[in-house]
Design a protein around this ligand. Structure first.
Ligand SMILES: [Zn+2]
Length: 184
């Protein structure tokens, strides 16, 4: 089981390639994988000649490392939404797998909501809180972010450190976000 990506993989490209293959159904909040799947409907994706489970890729992109096993907490084996995944044991996997199989609705992709054009806002590797730049930070973080960037740190590095987007960093520094925290 692969645990790391080769160092020369372009992560932005990889993220874009994954997003292109994700669809939002209308009837639930899952992120369905519309690319290649295993017979038991787990999404697969090839990176640099190696087959990956998409759920593992999403986890890796979000967390920087990936556990031995990943379990689905929703009933759709082809869902790759980070919030619907959790680390688990092999035994859990077996139980979870059969439970999901029982419930899975085999629906044709054409019945999925036509939301492809909006898919660019999708970032399954960010959890809900992280997607909202305001939610996860504390006042202390905001002060630190401003101090770091004003002190010459790259917004990109700061964004990574605080797990927010670069545009959020810039908005925080320009006082467009967290206006109520006074600049020091
Ligand atoms: Zn789901």
């Amino acid at each position: 089981m692969l645990n790391t990506l080769p160092p020369d993989v372009d992560l932005d490209k990889l993220r874009a390639a994954l997003i292109k293959r994700i669809r939002l159904p209308e009837w639930c909040d899952c992120y369905f994988w519309a690319g290649r799947c295993t017979p038991n409907e787990r999404g697969r994706f090839c990176v640099d000649g190696h087959e990956w489970m998409v759920a593992r890729l999403v986890w890796l992109l979000a967390r920087g490392s990936v556990p031995e096993r990943i379990l689905q907490t929703c009933q759709h084996p082809n869902c790759v939404r980070l919030e619907h995944l959790t680390p688990g044991t092999h035994r859990d996997c077996m139980l979870g797998g059969s439970a999901s199989k029982r419930y899975v609705a085999r629906l044709h992709p054409e019945k999925w909501a036509r939301k492809e054009n909006n898919a660019h806002h999708l970032r399954p590797w960010l959890s809900q809180g992280e997607r909202n730049g305001n939610a996860k930070l504390k006042v202390e973080d905001v002060r630190q972010i401003r101090a770091l960037v004003r002190g010459g740190a790259s917004p990109r590095a700061v964004a990574r450190q605080f797990k927010i987007t670069q545009s959020n960093v810039s908005q925080i520094v320009r006082l467009k976000l967290w206006k109520h925290v006074p600049a020091v």
